[in-house]
Design a protein around this ligand. Structure first.
Ligand SMILES: CC(C)(COP(=O)(O)OP(=O)(O)OC[C@H]1O[C@@H](n2cnc3c(N)ncnc32)[C@H](O)[C@@H]1OP(=O)(O)O)[C@@H](O)C(=O)NCCC(=O)NCCS
Length: 424
């Protein structure tokens, strides 16, 4: 058996697409996350594309924003994946290129023969060739990607609030105003607002091209949950500073009837956030609000008279980061304190001189390390979403100099939890 890994040609694009769960109909994620939005057991079955649609998608596949790799076993295309180039916001505000590993699948009859391992090597090499010092992915399962150097970097919550429990602590007089808009208006507002939001939020990604085209076209979401509604907040000067997309799906099941599902919600300031949640949590003839893929530090909880009313239904890792170039990565962000530490990452020592203005990172061969860790743990720490002390206590990083882990935490501390609402 010979395994060859290489980018696909245009003539192989249809065969490559046939591997994907979207066409093959094979499960894409473990059964739990399909309940992210509705809490229900499963989405209705996917409707696979027709042969003609598939040809159309294949014709537009090979672009600068999609860099596929495939694994061929004795000449047969048996595995595929791709790098989707994205941009991520780092602590300090720099927005840097990241290779997004996506669309990974191996034919069931060719699994566990090393196809993913070989493809991953090619994908990460491809990132380096394109100057991307970070790679990221969202993982179907938690046990697969740590071995390749990825670490969990952002997390998300799904929560629910019953309308009867949703009183706010303090009355609020909105200096701006709310408006329901149609899909075309929402499709024009979202990209502009998201660009502003992502510059404020560490971990947030640039949206993929065409991300909101479906709203403008009035397309119904594929899961049968009914049409989307779009809420916009404007500040006192009339500038848009928040928007939300939500649905009110009909259900014969009394447990689910009357549920308002928030699919997307972004606000530039607490006033917009307070005003939009105020309407959504007290929407006539609904029983409760469900919001998925929310930041773990959602301020709404602290706006409520009863913070316990916001019930966490699910928590999950979202972005996994892989640091492909330690020096460039550590120099690209800023730090919450001024300090110098020697970090041993996968056996290689680096001296980090860090400050709120930036950092210098230099190879320090032979210098005794303060802390030893792997690149996977560094990926988790990098945006500030996991503390080094948690890894120390879990036995995953070693402290050689007393107090060095606390100092590392002080350097990496984030004011807000890193979060990404966009996917790739
Ligand atoms: C997950 C998947 C891509 C793995 O591909 P594969 O070619 O079978 O993986 P490999 O044979 O290269 O295995 C590489 C390593 O990962 C491990 N691994 C692979 N799949 C795993 C899984 N589902 N759970 C735990 N470990 C797994 C292998 O044991 C192997 O470990 P080792 O290097 O320590 O020996 C493939 O099984 C698949 O397509 N699954 C269904 C769809 C899916 O989950 N896609 C991922 C979307 S993020």
């Amino acid at each position: 058996m010979t395994i060859e890994t290489r980018p696909i040609t245009q003539g192989e694009a249809v065969e490559y697409l046939r591997l994907t769960p979207w066409v093959s109909g094979f499960p894409q994620e473990d059964p739990e996350p399909v309940a992210w939005y509705t809490g229900r057991a499963a989405y209705p079955p996917l409707v696979p594309p027709t042969a003609e649609q598939l040809e159309g998608y294949a014709a537009g596949l090979l672009t600068d924003s999609y860099r596929p790799q495939a694994a061929f076993v004795d000449g047969k295309l048996a595995g595929g994946s791709a790098i989707v180039p994205v941009e991520i916001t780092l602590p300090g505000g720099r927005q840097v290129p990241m290779g997004g590993v996506s669309w990974t699948a191996v034919l069931p009859t060719y699994r566990r023969r090393g196809l993913l391992r070989q493809m991953m090597g090619a994908l990460l090499d491809d990132c380096r060739e394109h100057g991307e010092f970070l790679a990221g992915l969202s993982a179907s399962e938690g046990t697969i990607y740590g071995r390749y150097g990825f670490g969990t970097a952002t997390f998300q919550h799904r929560w629910e609030v019953r309308r009867t429990d949703a009183a706010f602590r303090t009355p609020f007089s909105d200096p701006g105003g709310l408006e329901l808009v149609d899909g075309a208006t929402a499709a024009a507002i979202w990209p502009v607002l998201h660009e502003q939001v992502r510059s404020q939020r560490v971990g947030e990604l640039k949206a993929q091209p065409g991300r909101w085209d479906g709203l403008a076209a009035g397309r119904l979401p594929a899961d049968g949950g009914g049409p989307s509604h779009h809420l916009v907040h404007r500040d006192a000067a009339g500038e848009v500073d928040g928007t939300a997309t939500f649905r009110l799906p009909w259900s014969p099941d009394p447990d689910y009837a009357g549920e308002l599902q928030v699919g997307a919600f972004e606000a530039l300031n607490p006033e917009a956030s307070r005003a939009m949640w105020g309407l959504l949590l007290d929407f006539d003839l609904t029983k409760r609000v469900v919001a998925a893929r929310r930041p773990v530090d959602e301020p709404l909880r602290w706006m409520l008279a009863n913070p316990r009313a916001l019930k966490l239904a699910r928590t999950r890792d979202n972005l996994w980061l892989n640091i492909l170039d330690v020096q460039r990565a550590l120099e690209a962000r800023t730090y919450a304190a001024t300090d110098a530490l020697v970090l041993e990452v996968d056996g290689v020592s680096w001296r980090l001189d860090a400050s709120p203005d930036g950092a210098a990172c230099t190879a320090a061969p032979g210098v005794a390390a303060d802390v030893s860790l792997t690149v996977s743990e560094l990926g988790s720490l990098y945006l500030g979403g996991v503390r080094a002390s948690e890894f120390r206590d879990a036995g995953r990083i070693t402290e050689h100099t007393s107090g060095a882990v606390s100092r590392l935490d002080a350097l990496l501390r984030a004011d807000r939890a890193p979060h990404n609402a966009m996917a790739f």
